[in-house]
Design a protein around this ligand. Structure first.
Ligand code: ZN
Length: 304
């Protein structure tokens, strides 16, 4: 299961209600940040989450998406942590991280690895035992990436079926889980009969890009999609601004086939989400969309 918290849902300017963009994700015991705007640490505190981050995925190095990186490094150093911290981002991320380390006097104790990613096609950038993260270049005014987290499919035991045969859990189960037939007290157990495949869940994070259908194969089939809708559909210059308005975001969300969609990165011009929500509702019926969607507030939680 992928669990997350929206730490920040604003765009360029933080507002009284919305922090700079960041999404906190936990899976398989790892703590990930998708973007890390200013104030991310404080949002982590407010949400009651662990500050001990393992991986940071920066979409691009505009300040609203990355000003919090120095803060995370500062706090982990103050905690005298010697953990490893991977920072992924577009081309030149290695240089950007070096600059942060050079600018601030951290007395660094961390094992920091900066990974510069160029992904003209979908590229796996992190492989864990239970999940993988991939990236794709998207069109923004500077180099920018979209990210996708996908849990791997796992083979699980049909324990009740085994129980019917009077068989209790034991070491032999690992063989079945690996897709091998095993013998138990002389009984041959076929993995196909006593296991099933549990599909891994997937989450895509897509923000700061102009409308481009080329992203569709990347987000196709995800369970949940977090996508920017910086403007309402009344704003027809989103393309020139390298952003999406709600109509464009809704259209990409529909094409993705995602079951759940979260619209984030709201421009400060919308004091509340009321007009955007109304706008979205009209488009949703007109475009015959089928997913569930919301405009999350800061500190809202989600599960995929
Ligand atoms: Zn932004």
């Amino acid at each position: 299961m992928i669990e997350g918290t929206f730490l920040g849902t604003s765009s360029a300017f933080p507002t009284a209600m919305r922090n700079h963009p960041s999404v906190y994700v936990t899976l398989n015991g790892k703590k990930l940040l998708l973007d890390c705007g200013e104030g991310t640490q404080r949002q982590i505190r407010k949400a009651g989450l662990s500050p001990s981050i393992d991986h940071i995925f920066i979409t691009h190095w505009h300040g609203d998406h990355s000003l919090g990186v120095g803060g995370i490094i500062q706090s982990l150093n103050m905690m005298k942590s010697s953990k490893s911290l991977d920072i992924f981002g577009p081309d030149e991320t290695g240089q950007s991280v070096k600059n942060i380390l050079r600018t601030y006097k951290f007395y660094n104790t961390l094992d920091i690895e900066a990974v510069s990613v160029n992904a003209p096609h979908e590229k796996v950038i992190l492989e864990d035992t239970l999940y993988r993260v991939s990236a794709l270049n998207v069109k923004h005014s500077v180099k920018c990436l979209a990210y996708k987290i996908k849990e791997k499919d796992t083979r699980n035991i049909l324990a009740e079926k085994l129980a019917l045969k009077g068989i209790k859990a034991g070491k032999f189960l690992s063989g079945l889980k690996e897709g091998k037939d095993v013998s138990y007290n002389g009984i041959k157990l076929k993995y196909k009969e006593f296991t099933y495949i549990k599909k891994g869940k997937s989450l895509a994070y897509v923000t700061d890009l102009r409308y481009d259908k080329k992203i569709i194969p990347f987000i196709k089939g995800v369970d949940a999609l977090i996508i920017e809708s910086t403007f309402g559909s009344e704003f027809d210059r989103s393309y020139d601004y390298f952003h999406l308005n709600i109509k464009e975001a809704m259209s990409l969300a529909k094409s993705s086939g995602a079951k759940t969609v979260y619209f984030i990165h709201t421009s400060q011009r919308y004091e509340s989400n009321d007009s955007l929500k109304k706008n979205a509702q009209e488009l949703f019926s007109r475009m015959k969309c089928k997913f569930t969607y919301s405009f999350p507030d800061d500190l809202d939680k989600f599960e995929v």
